[in-house]
Each structure stands twice: as structure tokens, then as C-alpha cells.
Design a protein around this ligand. Sequence first.
Ligand code: PNS
Length: 168
Amino acid sequence: MKTAIYPGSFDPLTCGHLDIIQRAARLFDKLIVLVSINPLKSYCFTSEEKVDFIRRVTGDLPNVEVDCYDGLLIDYFKKRNADVIVKGLRAMSDFENEFQMALVNKDLCYNAETIFLSADVVGTFLSSSMVKQIAMFGGDISSYVPHEIEKDIIKGVQRLGKDMKDEY
Ligand code: PNS
């Protein structure tokens, strides 16, 4: 039985992420979508909100589990006896950072193989930051995020926008 982990910030989940989840779920017996933390980033949504969003749109995928972890990815990888780390690659600009993370993870644990899936056409230009910017200024994000979570994403982004205005 092969278990893969798909880690990411998912702040918030986009259709690009969902495409990677659906394709990776077909390749492995079990796929754990892991809401992780990059300590250098600040986030709009809490890990609990992000887990809830992902669970709501992956309910039809029986071999997908959603979890969150605020430590090193490789510690979680070992704890779950996983075989593979899955990442989505949008453009060459993603490559350097992703390649570096794959090498670091392999150095920390020799068995940790990272596999890259290429993004689909829309996923190539899509990012969570773009979605947040569009939503913050009232633009249409309906083709970029799953419809089940669109309203909650808009609410969360506008909450952040209000907090930012209050600060100034
Ligand atoms: O969606 P992102 O922001 O590109 O995801 C990056 C993430 C969260 C997967 C990465 O920062 C990560 O693995 N964080 C967990 C902490 C960790 O293990 N850091 C070392 C990675 S080399």
C-alpha cells in the first residue's frame, strides 16, 4: 500500500490544488492532504478553516484524508510511514524552490521521494495569493476556487481586508 502526502499552505485551496489532489488520489492507495505551515508566510485562514475547506470538496474521494501539522513535514512523513511527497509544479519559477525543498527533505530522510505533477492549464497561472487579491477587490473568483467554498473564501478575505483597514 503506497501512501502519499500532498503538503501545502492551501491559503486557500484553489481549483489548481484540487486538480492535483484528484490526480494524485488516482495514483496512490492513500493520499493525505496536509495543511502545513511555512513560518516565513502569514496566512489569511486558520489551519482549521483550511482543513474544513479541503474536506468539503474532497468528500467524494474515499482514499483522501485531510490533516494539519505545524511542525516539520519530514517528521509527519515518518510518523505516518508515508512513501511519497507530492507537489504541483506550475511554472519553471516554482522549480528552484520546490527542488530545494525536495532535496532538503531527502537529506533529512533518505526514503522521502518527492514526485512533481504538472499543473493543468488553468492551474499554471493560478495561485492562492492571486485568488485573495481578486477577492479582496471584489473580483470574480468563481472559476478559480471550488464553488462549495467560494462564499467562505470571500468572507475570509474580506475579514482580512477589514482588519488591515482597521490597523491604518
Ligand atoms: O503551499 P506552499 O506555501 O508552497 O507550501 C510550502 C510548505 C508549507 C509545504 C513548506 O513550507 C513546508 O513543508 N512546511 C513545513 C515545515 C518544513 O518541513 N519546512 C522545511 C521544508 S524543506
